[in-house]
Design a protein around this ligand. Structure first.
Ligand SMILES: CCCCCCCC/C=C\CCCCCCCC(=O)SCCNC(=O)CCNC(=O)[C@H](O)C(C)(C)COP(=O)(O)OP(=O)(O)OC[C@H]1O[C@@H](n2cnc3c(N)ncnc32)[C@H](O)[C@@H]1OP(=O)(O)O
Length: 153
């Protein structure tokens, strides 16, 4: 199955968190499945937080950031009854705001599950609820306001 990010136009595929064309990035891959989006990622040990065994908060915010904008794009396609890669004008979002709540320490060395659900979609603005969990326990929650990107003439 192709990831949402695999449909980003080549010129917009350089994101450090999720751009397929960035050789140094995380290459996060997000998928839509019914009412929910999901991505899985295992941070390398260099992304340690201040005490051993836990993930650095900036890394966790990055994962929500990239998964949130991908989710917004996927939900917007669905709202327009379109499929990604249909040859029509691409629908892409950037992060307007991202609120992150760190609810418990996130363990390093295990696969993390990032999920997104659509809270609202009005005009160019999508609000996405996000969770990040490890071993079935929610460690981080977030709310993103994603804004549809419109190229300036
Ligand atoms: C920025 C780079 C763009 C490159 C091109 C990308 C194309 C996309 C392609 C592939 C995506 C793949 C990449 C994944 C990216 C991973 C996630 C990131 O890291 S993204 C980078 C971090 N984010 C930014 O750098 C945004 C910087 N900010 C802006 O560019 C503008 O402020 C922007 C586009 C967010 C809005 O500016 P306006 O002038 O186009 O539109 P206005 O009229 O201000 O807002 C539209 C609606 O959104 C609301 N809005 C805007 N910002 C908001 C905010 N912070 N909180 C709440 N609402 C906000 C407004 O209230 C308005 O709502 P109402 O229509 O009136 O209901």
């Amino acid at each position: 199955m192709q990831a949402i990010q695999d449909h980003y136009p080549a010129e917009f595929s350089h994101c450090y968190g999720c751009g397929p064309a960035n050789p140094h990035g995380f290459h996060l891959k997000s998928y839509i499945d019914g009412e929910r989006t999901h991505a899985r990622f295992t941070p390398a040990s260099m992304y340690s937080g201040g005490y051993p065994g836990n993930v650095y908060g900036g890394m966790l915010a990055s994962l929500l950031d990239c998964h949130g904008t991908a989710s917004a794009a996927a939900f917007a396609y669905r709202a327009q009854s379109r499929v990604m890669g249909d040859g029509g004008p691409p629908i892409r979002f950037v992060t307007g705001s991202l609120k992150v709540d760190y609810r418990r320490p996130t363990p390093l060395g295990v696969e993390l599950l990032i999920e997104g659900t659509l809270c609202s979609l009005e005009g160019r603005k999508a609000v996405i609820d996000l969770t990040l969990s490890a071993g079935g326990e929610v460690c981080v929650t977030g709310v993103m306001v994603a804004v549809q990107f419109v190229a300036k003439a």
